[in-house]
Design a binder for this molecule. Structure first.
Ligand code: ZN
Length: 216
């Protein structure tokens, strides 16, 4: 996903739950995953190159950081940052794997539901024998050089990131489904976290002062 879409997805999914400063920290950590050093050698940050197991393990690690930070009652900043990192990975799943194409192919032609109806965690596609994600070849890097996209697209293999991604609207009619799936998945990951927190921990995580009964 390109940065404006990670921003849109994360904001639409989490804005209602967090204070502006918490959301700002979550977003910064989410976008930081796409820094150059986060791209080389970190398939697990982005569900690239069929790194499914490594990506799920990475998300689990970040979930643990969120829980440990909040259980210790420390400054919640590391929890917000871990949430940003793990939601980046979760969001990239829908843009970098063929999950949504497998889902779309299971519908009769012309009978796809609206994007908001997309199923995000359907076991038959999460564990589909043909589930794969784009490999990152030299041509994928060349595609980012201004003026070289067409050449790179022609040369890159069919299982490359260049051919498989749903990173931006130019990638066709499934792109809005990638956005909606990523929003739902981000909310799901958030709900997994708060389901394990005490009310007090959740209050610190959300960084919203709870109103008391007398309105004070
Ligand atoms: Zn990414």
């Amino acid at each position: 996903m390109l940065k404006p879409y990670h921003t849109e997805i994360t904001t639409r999914a989490l804005k209602a739950y967090f204070s502006p400063r918490a959301l700002h920290t979550i977003l910064a950590a989410n976008l930081h995953q796409d820094r150059l050093r986060g791209q080389f050698g970190h398939n697990e940050y982005h569900f690239d190159a069929n790194a499914f197991e490594a990506s799920y393990a990475y998300m689990d690690e970040q979930h643990e950081i969120v829980g440990d930070t909040l259980h210790q009652g420390d400054d919640p900043t590391p929890a917000w940052q871990a949430l940003g990192r793990l939601t980046h990975t979760a969001q990239d799943f829908y843009a970098h794997s063929n999950y949504l194409r497998l889902w779309a192919d299971s519908h009769p032609a012309g009978e796809l539901p609206e994007p908001a109806q997309v199923g995000t965690l359907l076991p038959e596609f999460l564990h589909h024998p043909q589930l794969q994600s784009g490999n990152v070849y030299l041509w994928d890097w060349v595609s980012f050089i201004p003026g070289f996209y067409s050449l790179a697209y022609r040369r890159a293999p069919k299982d490359s990131h260049t051919h498989m991604n749903l990173d931006h609207p130019g990638r066709g009619p499934l792109f809005p489904y990638a956005i909606e799936a990523a929003i739902k998945r981000t909310i799901y990951e958030y709900e997994q976290i708060v389901g394990r927190l005490t009310p007090e921990e959740q209050s610190i995580f959300n960084d919203r002062r709870r109103l008391t009964a007398d309105g004070g």
